[in-house]
Design a protein around this ligand. Structure first.
Ligand SMILES: [Zn+2]
Length: 300
C-alpha cells in the first residue's frame, strides 16, 4: 500500500454543497477512491466562498462543519490521534474571523488546525496573492494567536508581502508556516506560485510546501501532465527541499486536472513515476513522510 498525506482538498465543501457522503461521493476524493492508500491522512479545507460576506461565510463554515460531523468523520486534534485514515480540518480564507479574535478560539474548539490566511484581494487579515498589500494589525494578531494555540498558518493564497511578513514573524515566534497548495514560480510564472527566495526561506524555517495539481499552476498555458508535476518537484529538490515538499493536490477545488490524473486514485501512478525519476525514498517522503514529520512536530 502507498502511504499518502495530502495537504489540501475542498472535498468537505463539495460534499456539503451537493449533499454527498464522503464514502462514495462522485468527486475527485471519496473514501472508496482512496482505498489504495494507507495510511491516508487528508487535510480538508472549508472554503470561504467569495460570493459571501465575512459573516455569511462564517455561518456557512459552521453549517458545513456540522454536516461533516454528522457523517461520523473524526477530525484529528493532534498527531497522537493519527490513524490509518485521518482528517485534519482547515479553513481557506481567514477573513471569516472578521476582526474578532475570539472567533479564533471558536475555530480551535471546532478542531480547525490549519488556517489559509487569504484567498484573494485585501481582507481584514491582509493582502492576497493578487495584491501588493501585507498583513493588517489584526492579521498579525491572528498569526500570534495561531502560534500560541498550535494552529498551522498557510500562505498559499497570500501576497509576496504577506508571505514575507508572516515568515519573519513566524521566525520570531518559532513556528513553521506552510504553503498547502502552491508550485514553483521559476517553472510556471503564475502569481499563486512561490519564488525561489521564499521557498528557500520555507526550507530554512522547516516549513512545508504541497504541490498543487491545478493545470494553470503547473504550466502557464494550462496544458499540464504528470511530467509537469515532476518538473516542479525537481526544481524544489534542487533548491534543497527534499524534506519540505509533499502533495497539496487541491482535489475538488479545481475544475480541471493534469492529463493522466482523473481522481485521487490516479496518484498511485504518480508515485511510480516519482520513484522511477528520483528514488523510493524521495517518493515516500513526498507522498507521506515529510508531511507526517511536519505535523508530528507542529500539531501537538
Ligand atoms: Zn486554494
Amino acid at each position: 500500500m502507498i502511504p499518502l498525506f495530502d495537504l489540501h482538498c475542498d472535498t468537505f465543501s463539495e460534499i456539503f454543497k451537493n449533499n454527498y457522503r464522503l464514502h462514495d461521493a462522485p468527486l475527485h476524493v471519496s473514501l472508496k477512491k482512496a482505498q489504495g492508500f494507507s495510511p491516508y491522512i487528508q487535510v480538508c479545507a472549508i472554503w470561504s466562498d467569495y460570493h459571501l460576506s465575512n459573516d455569511e461565510a462564517y455561518e456557512h463554515y459552521k453549517k458545513t462543519l456540522s454536516y461533516i460531523k454528522n457523517q461520523n468523520i473524526t477530525l484529528c486534534k493532534n498527531y497522537h490521534e493519527f490513524s490509518k485514515l485521518s482528517f485534519i480540518l482547515a479553513i481557506e480564507d481567514a477573513r471569516i474571523l472578521n476582526n474578532q479574535l475570539q472567533r479564533l478560539d471558536a475555530l480551535y474548539d471546532n478542531d480547525v488546525r490549519v488556517i489559509t490566511l487569504n484567498w484573494s484581494g485585501v481582507t481584514c487579515i491582509g493582502g492576497g496573492w493578487d495584491t501588493n498589500v501585507g498583513l493588517t494589525a489584526f492579521g498579525t494578531s491572528v498569526i500570534k494567536g495561531c502560534a500560541e494555540k498550535g494552529i498551522i498558518v498557510d500562505l498559499s493564497h497570500s501576497s509576496a508581502k504577506t508571505q514575507e511578513e508572516t515568515l519573519n514573524l513566524a521566525q520570531e515566534l518559532k513556528v513553521s508556516p506552510i504553503f498547502s497548495h502552491s508550485n514553483s514560480y521559476s517553472i510556471c510564472k503564475h502569481g499563486r506560485n512561490i519564488s525561489d527566495d521564499i521557498f528557500k526561506k520555507i526550507v530554512s524555517q522547516d516549513g512545508l510546501v504541497g504541490i498543487s495539481l491545478y493545470p494553470l499552476h503547473l504550466n502557464i498555458h494550462g496544458n499540464a501532465n504528470t511530467e509537469s508535476i515532476i518538473s516542479h518537484i525537481e526544481h524544489f529538490l534542487n533548491l534543497g527541499g527534499a524534506k519540505n515538499i509533499c502533495l497539496g493536490c487541491d482535489f475538488d477545488g479545481i475544475t480541471s486536472l493534469p492529463y493522466g490524473i482523473t481522481s485521487i486514485s490516479s496518484l498511485a501512478s504518480l508515485y511510480i513515476l516519482i520513484e522511477k525519476k528520483f528514488s523510493e525514498q524521495i517518493a515516500k517522503r513526498i507522498f507521506f513522510y515529510n508531511a507526517y514529520e511536519f505535523f508530528s512536530k507542529n500539531l501537538k
